[in-house]
Design a protein around this ligand. Sequence first.
Ligand code: ZN
Ligand code: ZN
Length: 352
Amino acid sequence: MKALVYHGNGKKQWETMADPKILRDTDAIIRVDSSTICGTDLHILEGGVPWIAPGRILGHEGTGTVLEVGRGTSSLAVGDRVLCKCVASCGKCRYCRSGQFGQCVDEEGGWMLGGKADGVQAEYARIAHADNSLVKVPQDMSDEQVIYLSDIMVTGFEVGVLRANVQPGETVVVVGAGPVGLSTMAVARLYSPATIIAVELSPARRDVARSFADIVVSPEEALAAVHSATDGLGADVAIEAVGRAKTFEHCCELVRVGGRVANIGLHSHPATLHLETLWLKEITITTGIPNHRTAHILLKAIKSGVLDPTKLTSHRYASLHDMMKAYEAFEHPAETNAMKILLGSGACCGNG
Ligand code: ZN
Ligand code: ZN
């Protein structure tokens, strides 16, 4: 099969690899029907996730069709259309028992796909703990409608909106209007906040953010915009969706006394916690990765039309074999305005 392989030092190649095989009874093999690229893949390529070794097939967001199941699987059948979760879970360990599936301590648990194990930027993939790691896709839903539930939309919901406990009538500021930031704004809307404020450096991304947020500003304008929306108090909730020290520190500045800061971004460098100002602010800071407990809820919201993830797609390539072209577009968003890139499923190739 062909797959996108990480070769270290920023290098990658779409090349021939061995077809995946069932290794454990709880595995399944899928044909990948659609795949996409995530900011996390770029962090890996930059060397920002040093424990990921060269030779790894990248990709943790995708949909597929089950081709083969191990004897230990019980909920899947050959031919099922499935969504891949970005985290795998054994269902038995201390963390799985408390619903923290993303922290599963099994050797094939936690963030596996395109990280500890070969991922889904490939024609075929082995999925560990398949019963827990795959979500069946209703026949009347397209791959594009569900694929962003592999990671970004569930991450925005679980790590951003739910951890920050967004409430009706609140002011929510999201710092970063890339794919994860926009997903977070879309799912925050489900809780009816009064105002969603998007803070974004790139003018092109600010344009896209206007269809997700009520107020869209540059980082320099953010403090004034937040104060004017909140009678000078600050945001009830500030969500970090970039993964840089500056954006995390900015969230701590924009949040009101007693407010909540939820960090979503993957950080490769330390950030400063300004306790000299925060010690009296009574704020709550949360971090985490998704546990992937909510894909089925968001699936229903999408099916009913309350949530439309397809707004995130900026580029479509009909074939997975266009992976290198897709990376080229995704790595240069300033020139291409890339947001999410859908590959496969015969996705219309208007931008291909
Ligand atoms: Zn991702
Ligand atoms: Zn576990």
